[in-house]
Design a protein around this ligand. Structure first.
Ligand code: 5GP
Length: 209
């Protein structure tokens, strides 16, 4: 039976290593997962490509997508818009792929409200000092942007307990396997197997006649 895919939202402080973690998951299980590429109005960082990390669009284009209903959710984060295109996610879930959204907390909670079966995962480094180190280690952002992201992290921390599970990203390989295990267990939930359960009950009815 072709089961519909599981929708998973991964959030976490900027600098927690979500991107690396997700790349690791996809390289371990390429047939299993599909990563949604978001649209954003922020400028590309060095090395980023349109259509790979994000679809980089203007504010006007983004607002048109909102009006046309083309986004599952969107949010403003550090003065830019970010949003999840609807069509790709629907297609991949329908094809049985487990879809990953890497989005911030406001968007994550909106997705959970719309689709209550969504698995919400929060990724954190082992501590705040490590978070600051990782942000500085990137070497691509100004001091002001780094401080902004740390302040944002402090605000986001207050939402952590609204998530289903926490992933402490200390050792990448361990964290990637924990992530895979959590999503796999979601596939076994009764609510994700309604069609199978109905079929099983029907087949068993024969024995009661
Ligand atoms: P960055 O600029 O570092 O790539 O991303 C900033 C934040 O925006 C991150 O927390 C990232 O998870 C979030 N983000 C990326 N895409 C989306 C999206 O489509 N929707 C929402 N709500 N947040 C997103």
């Amino acid at each position: 039976m072709n089961q519909r895919g599981i929708l998973t939202v991964i959030s976490g402080f900027s600098g927690a290593g979500k991107g690396t973690l997700i790349r690791e998951l996809l390289s371990r299980y390429p047939q299993r997962y599909a990563l949604s590429v978001s649209a954003t109005t922020r400028s590309p960082r060095p090395g980023e490509e349109n259509g790979r990390e994000y679809f980089f669009v203007t504010k006007e284009e983004f607002e048109k997508r909102i009006r046309d209903g083309g986004l599952i959710e969107y949010a403003q984060y550090v003065e830019n818009y970010y949003g999840t295109p609807k069509d790709y996610v629907d297609e991949q879930l329908e094809a049985g792929k487990d879809v990953i959204l890497e989005i911030e907390v406001q968007g994550a909670l909106k997705v959970k409200e719309k689709f209550p079966d969504t698995l919400l995962l929060f990724v954190t480094p082992p501590g705040a000092a490590e978070l600051e180190n990782r942000l500085r280690g990137r070497g691509t952002e100004s001091e002001e942007v780094i401080l902004n992201r740390l302040r944002q992290a402090s605000r986001e921390a207050s939402f952590m307990d609204r998530y289903d599970y926490i992933l402490v990203n200390d050792k990448l390989e361990v964290c990637a396997e924990e992530l895979h295990a959590l999503i796999s267990s979601q596939r076994l939930r009764m609510s994700a197997n309604a069609a199978f359960i109905t079929q099983m009950k029907k087949e068993l009815e024969r024995y009661c006649m």
